[in-house]
Design a protein around this ligand. Structure first.
Ligand code: WTA
Length: 650
């Protein structure tokens, strides 16, 4: 289970106070045994407009579930992200924007400039009637205006709801409706490598599909300058509306428990959930986590490759770095376009010290071999981080030796949209590394491994990963559906937050995440609910039934493998296969488009009608010799047919 070779602490792995685990252990123990005192002290990192008196008020008891931190305190996160740096560090760079096309000029944005952009955008939102508590939807490419827009919302206490630019108009419409958003911020188009994404067109279609919300304002950034349709009165040009605004905007003081943002994520059932994060605890936790985990020192250049459409973009492109006055690179495009070494070129161009990325990107680089790093020195790097899925030891070693030149520790960080911040991670310079393990809990995090019966396991073990006690950055609810929040996270194990991840714990207490134990796929680091894809498929007139499983994929981690049964008057054909793939793309987005579609006469079901995905997974992965017990199936002959059909499409 564990890797024999662990990477010991090396001198170069510097840490602020100490270079051994005792520094970590001492603080960790304090954070658990003396939690209130620990977080009271860490909360001093934040400037509060009204100081809090109570630190934590929470219970994981499902009949009395509540999660509150610093609950009588008030603050504005953007004053902490921007204003407080202005006096001494206003000319420091907040963001360096690297455009998709390497021949286009980059943009450097200082903290002073960030202040002006955010204030003008906040005033623009106010001029369109946005008030504290109104949800604003963002559907943006990875450009600086996306960050200005998020911060502008936070400046006036309006929760932002960022929808990843790869989602379809249908998916966008659902999210606009769910948040009752009257204002949408977008761009004419996004750019990803050689492709353009018609963001504004998608917004137009989405608005037509909204059932319960009338969007009255669409603010459009001219990103590519493409011709777009314009609805007078509703559509507003970003530059026009911001230019005319005052350059200051008083930050609205919000309660620590007021929502900062909603972010939709997939679960095992139903439509994506709007995970709600609040302001105070999220700020304190991510301010601390960013500094400790990336060992950040002012003046260093940090690059997190995540899109702002995901939680990593929220916590570790925007809020964590800005709370620490950091300098970040943001990049619009793809890591391997127009050349395989683009990502490495960007590291060299900006002398990036800290690079935080996803295992899928590392495996894609590995697949390109030397090409992905050719002509690049990468000598500025001193720390590497990964997130989003388990990193296989082979990719870990490649990253360590080829990118990090055996000189950079790797922080393998495990966390979730719902956790708001990093939960399991090494601390550079303190934690001995083991390739493939996210190692140990961060301060304040109390992981427990439980077996299927709900028994807490001790020592080395395997089971479901739970968290025993609240932490400040934890999600507070699902937007508009608190019961679903309780049912999803607190009903599997009494008194625990259940992560839906399986894990092993080794004899050193290190955690090894084995992946989701629910019906959630992890495709190139993106969470996809199988139920979501299935319901999109059965909405197609030709499909009577669909089952979606993950199939191991060398680069993406998992690929989407779909079994569909057709209604009796439809013939399976390559044209229909293509149509169904496009259909899913249209309903959800390109990231959910199936890699393989297998037409099936029937699906393996238990006598009670439950689809046995375990069997479907094995067939998709060509492990038919490991099907296990099929005797409980209503009709075992279905399996033979499926295996036969699988042979035909291989
Ligand atoms: C997986 C991303 C192993 C895990 C921040 C989790 C990981 C899901 C790791 C959350 C890691 C994330 N090692 N697995 N270092 N990081 N995961 O909500 O299955 O997009 O439940 O948040 O990604 O994905 P989400």
């Amino acid at each position: 289970m564990t890797e024999p070779s662990s990477y010991p602490v090396m001198d170069v792995y510097r840490q602020r106070e100490a270079t051994d685990l005792s520094h970590y252990q001492q603080q960790y123990d304090e954070s658990i045994n003396n939690s209130d005192a620990f977080w009271r002290q860490k909360a001093q990192r934040i400037e509060w407009t009204k100081p809090f008196t109570e630190v934590e008020n929470s219970s994981f008891d499902r009949d009395n579930l509540h999660i509150r931190w610093f609950e009588d305190g008030e603050l504005n996160i953007t004053s902490n992200c921007i204003d407080r740096h202005l006096d001494k560090h206003g000319d420091n760079t907040a963001f360096i924007f690297e455009p998709n096309n390497p021949d286009d000029s980059n943009r450097v944005i200082s903290y002073k400039e960030l202040y002006r952009h955010v204030c003008q955008m906040a005033n623009a939102l106010k001029s369109r009637g946005v008030k504290k508590g109104d949800v604003v939807t963002l559907y943006m490419p990875m450009i600086p205006e996306a960050i200005f827009a998020m911060l502008a919302c936070a400046r006036i206490g309006a929760p932002h709801s960022v929808v990843f630019g790869g989602f379809s108009p249908e998916a966008l419409a659902d999210r606009i409706d769910n948040g009752q958003s009257k204002v949408v911020i977008t761009a004419d188009e996004g750019r990803r490598g050689s492709k353009t994404i018609p963001l504004k067109d998608n917004v137009d279609v989405a608005i037509q599909h909204c059932h319960s919300t009338r969007v009255d304002t669409v603010i459009v950034v001219a990103n590519t300058g493409a011709e777009i349709t314009w609805v007078d009165g509703r559509d507003v040009d970003y530059t026009e509306i911001t230019d005319e605004q005052a350059v200051d905007c008083e930050p609205v003081s919000v309660n620590a428990e007021d929502p900062l943002f909603i972010l939709y994520t997939s679960g095992s059932t139903g439509k994506p959930k709007g995970v709600v994060h609040t302001t105070g605890g999220y700020s304190v936790y991510n301010s601390l986590a960013f500094e400790e985990i990336f060992d950040y020192h002012r003046g260093e250049t940090y690059w997190c490759t995540a899109d702002i459409g995901w939680i990593t973009g929220h916590s570790y492109v925007v809020y964590g770095p800005l709370l620490n006055g950091a300098t970040s690179v943001i990049y619009e495009g793809m890591p391997n376009w127009p050349t395989a070494n683009r990502a490495a070129t960007i590291v060299d161009k900006y002398n990036v010290d800290i690079l935080y990325t996803a295992p899928t990107a590392i495996r894609a680089m590995m697949a390109d071999g030397d090409k992905s790093i050719e002509n690049c020195s990468l000598s500025s790097l001193r720390l590497l981080g990964t997130v989003g899925e388990p990193i296989n030891p082979e990719a870990w070693r490649w990253l360590h030796s080829e990118v990090g030149k055996n000189n950079c520790p790797i922080v393998d960080t495990w966390w979730q949209t719902e956790t708001g911040g990093i939960m399991l991670t090494p601390l550079p310079g303190a934690t001995a590394l083991k390739p493939g393990s996210a190692t140990l809990p961060f301060f304040g995090i109390q992981p427990e491994v439980l077996d299927a019966d709900g028994t807490v396991l001790n020592g080395p073990c395997s089971g479901g990963l739970c968290i025993a006690k609240s932490w400040p950055a934890q999600a507070r609810t699902i937007f508009g559906d608190h019961q679903r929040f309780i049912d999803t996270y607190f009903s599997s194990y009494d008194g625990y937050y259940f992560t839906s991840d399986g894990c092993n714990r080794d004899e050193d207490g290190y955690y090894w995440i084995t992946g989701r134990v629910d019906d959630v796929l992890n495709v190139a680091g993106h969470r996809m609910g199988t139920a979501e894809i299935e319901s999109a498929l059965v909405a197609h007139h030709a499909v009577t039934e669909a089952a979606v499983v993950g199939k191991p994929h060398a680069i993406k981690g998992e690929a989407i493998y779909v079994y569909v049964s057709l209604n009796s008057d439809t013939e399976a054909s390559p044209a229909l296969e293509k149509e169904l793939k496009n259909w899913v793309r249209q309903e959800i987005g390109a990231i959910a488009s199936p890699d393989t579609i297998q037409f099936a006469n029937g699906l393996p079901k238990t006598r009670s009608g439950k689809i046995m995905r375990r069997i479907l997974r094995k067939i998709a992965s060509d492990e038919c010799d490991q099907l296990g017990d099929t005797s409980t199936l209503a009709d075992p002959t279905v399996v033979d047919q499926l295996i036969e059909q699988r042979q035909m499409i291989k």
